[in-house]
Design a binder for this molecule. Sequence first.
Ligand code: SF4
Length: 446
Amino acid sequence: MSPGSGDDPLVQVHDLRKYYPQADGVLDKLVGESADVKAVDGVDLTVDRGETLAIVGESGCGKSTLGRTLLNLEEVTGGSIVFGGDDVAGLSDREMRPYRRRMQMIFQDPLASLNPRQSVGSILTAPMEVHGIGNDGADRLERARDLLERVGLERGHVDRYPHQFSGGQQQRVAIARALTVEPEFIVADEPTSALDVSVQAQILNLLGELQEELDIALLFITHDLSVVRQVADRVAVMYLGEIVETAPTKRLFAEPAHPYSAALLSAVPRIDPETRTDRTLLTGTVPSPIEPPTGCRFHTRCPAVIPPAEWGGDQPAFRAAFAFRNRLLDGEVDRDAAAARLGTEDAERIATYIIEQSLPVDIDELPADAAEAVREAARLAAAGDDDAASERVSEAFVSPCETDQPDRVPAIVPGSSAADVVNADGGWATCHRNDPDAPGTATIEE
Ligand code: SF4
């Protein structure tokens, strides 16, 4: 079966949600009001047997929560997790027991995940005992020795304790522990990010070899795209609790379909200078997962944000005006700091300074009506009326990316027609730019 083909996947996740209530204040509790942190918000994914699916995204995007929720280590807020044909979402610890053996996790910090008071032999034989693997203690210890050998350690290491190993060796022990119960599915959460670069490569190779040999499905969570190319068959890119693109690894690196994927990839060092792309620096603060942006969640930071049909300039000019708008809306424009910096209360000078600091291009590059809106908003901000300033830019600069939620559509890579790529590689992206029917896409200038 080809990875990502969707034929009888081992893991099928639909509309998975994990929210954390934020009602920590006394008043909140009394009035029963709470705002949830939407750490994972409507995730769909599949993992085939023997496949490695990498989940990538900036820290805080929800990828680690997704991994833990998938294994029912976090209580599921909603959605389904079908594992081997059974929905395991929301099962109790007791109900999960038969599945625990089949689903394992490898953590970022091996030392923290290994009991320092237990010998490696005990660490490896305890899960076997719980799940009834092995005939007796001697048989389990022999299996533990075999596993140590399999992960590149020595049989005699069963008598050692975790602190007697290097970081890389500790992670090998953690991998051996995950393998003790012969799992079908492993979630590895940043398994190499605490290790030296040279050791990282060894652990990645080991994981790859074991996975191939044992036909394990692997969900590999990482913020480091350079390791993804080495280990993953497919990649799912996550932003603010949602998956915004999935694609076979090779295609994602060659032709990312979502602007967020493209921005992440632009920061990955390339060996081949031919494929080098200009680095896209993402600006703007990452929005709160308590109240994520409307429409496309990436619109507040997207370098490709789509102008409205009536926009009279080019896309870079709109992007600049939109960035100015977002800085005002996010409260990043501080007129008092500007006044202090300039040493004046002259409103016109403060307004000019605000424009210089918050508009990424020269104001003359904007269409005349947009430039006027920026000037008016800056004057209002300089006068201390932030609400009116925000209202002015909110009316003036509206993107379809903010008002319309993008559908999940097959990725259209440059040079292909939509018909060529529909389900050709199973990839999709949630971006209006991939959807010829989406509002505003006719105005895109490449
Ligand atoms: S929908 Fe708009 S804001 Fe979202 S990624 Fe696409 S172009 Fe950017």
